[in-house]
Design a protein around this ligand. Structure first.
Ligand SMILES: [Zn+2]
Ligand SMILES: [Zn+2]
Length: 352
């Protein structure tokens, strides 16, 4: 089969590789769509970061070369001997996070903190290929009323939902989302479904326009207005209960801490490539809680599928383009890196 294989820094190769083997408790999935995101670009330009470079991952025993791609939607092509809950032809998504199941954190259900955690497309072969084999216990069947296109963003949506869960958002509480790219836009919708009013802050007019259509109660262009003041005005002079940084800029964590209300919560759901200087006295004096959010858990993905089915999560407006496997670098990455940045998600159809 064809696959896009990560060999190292700036070394992604379109290759012919053997079809994946099928374990007894696995299914082989024909990949319909695999989304590409900023993490893929970071691995390409600055990696290996999360990719298993020198040492094999303890759970999978794999290191590079590894097939890229972690946002996977497809249909079942073959079923292992011991799999009884899935059938050939079922449309599915992949929970791409594998854990050891035996450590302190796994036993507490805090699976994103398993020290041996392995992610599809980073520590084991991923979805930028015609087929992938995956443990059936981590494959989620799509209901009839959720299209494969809608589900193609289920992985970033699970990341977004996990971040909102981390914030412990309560009914009626306000949320500000910094950076409404694809993940920010999904954070915004999840926060809207759980809490009270949601405000989107960005510099891109295109993003803010879409945020409004997707349910933002107010949108703030931080290039044109004093966003901190605007958020105070929107919250009776208090500040939002929760601020979620999905922008990942050098100064955005500090802005998030500044803009959250005293005693509020800040969630960081981005990969930071620059290290800012920080005044931690702000955390001390405002008693703001700063929380990290990494990947997602199975429950997040299950919930995302339910939200897609009842239409409380809209993903189709976030699909900006569909490309072939041989276009990932020249068309996909290039468009995502362009200064105009007019994209949310680009889907790859490996079999086209
Ligand atoms: Zn991603
Ligand atoms: Zn573990």
């Amino acid at each position: 089969m064809k696959a896009l294989v990560y060999h190292g820094n700036r070394d992604l190769r379109l290759e012919s590789v053997p079809d994946p083997r099928l374990g007894n408790d696995e299914v082989t999935i024909h990949v319909d769509y695999c989304g590409i995101c900023a993490t893929d670009i970071e691995e390409y330009l600055y990696g290996p970061i999360f990719m298993s470079g020198d040492e094999p991952n303890p759970v999978t025993g794999k290191k590079i070369p590894i097939i890229s791609g972690h946002e996977i939607t497809g249909s079942i092509h073959d079923v292992g001997r011991d799999v009884h809950n899935l059938a050939v032809g079922d449309r599915v998504i992949v929970n791409g996070v594998l854990t050891c199941k035996t450590c302190f954190w796994c036993k507490r259900g805090e699976t994103t903190q398993c020290p041996s955690m392995a992610a599809v497309g980073f520590n084991i072969d991923g979805g930028l290929a015609d087929y992938i084999s995956w443990p059936a216990s981590q494959v989620i069947r799509l209901p009839y009323n959720v299209s494969s296109e809608q589900a193609a963003l289920a992985e970033p949506a699970s990341v977004a939902l996990h971040a909102v869960r981390r914030s412990r958002l309560q009914l009626g509480e306000t949320t500000a989302v910094l950076g409404v790219g694809a993940v920010g836009m999904l954070v915004m919708q999840a926060a809207k479904a759980i809490g009270g009013k949601v405000f989107a802050v960005d510099k891109r007019k295109m993003s803010l326009d879409l945020a409004k259509t997707l349910g933002a109660d107010a949108v703030i262009n931080s290039d044109e207005t004093d966003a901190g003041q605007a958020l105070l005005d929107l919250t009776g002079g208090v500040g939002p209960d929760v601020v979620i940084d999905a922008a990942g800029g050098k100064d955005t964590p500090e802005l998030a801490m500044k803009w959250a209300r005293r005693g509020g919560r800040v969630v960081l759901v981005a990969i930071y490539t620059q290290r800012p200087e920080f005044d931690f006295n702000r955390v001390v004096s405002t008693e703001v809680e700063v929380l990290g959010s990494l990947a997602y858990q199975q429950r997040d993905m299950d919930e995302v599928v339910r939200m897609l089915a009842n239409d409380s999560l809209k993903t189709l407006p976030l699909i900006s383009d569909r490309i072939r496997l041989d276009e990932v670098i020249d068309k996909g990455f290039a468009r995502m890196l362009a200064p105009t940045k007019d994209v949310f998600r680009i889907l790859v159809s490996p079999s086209d």
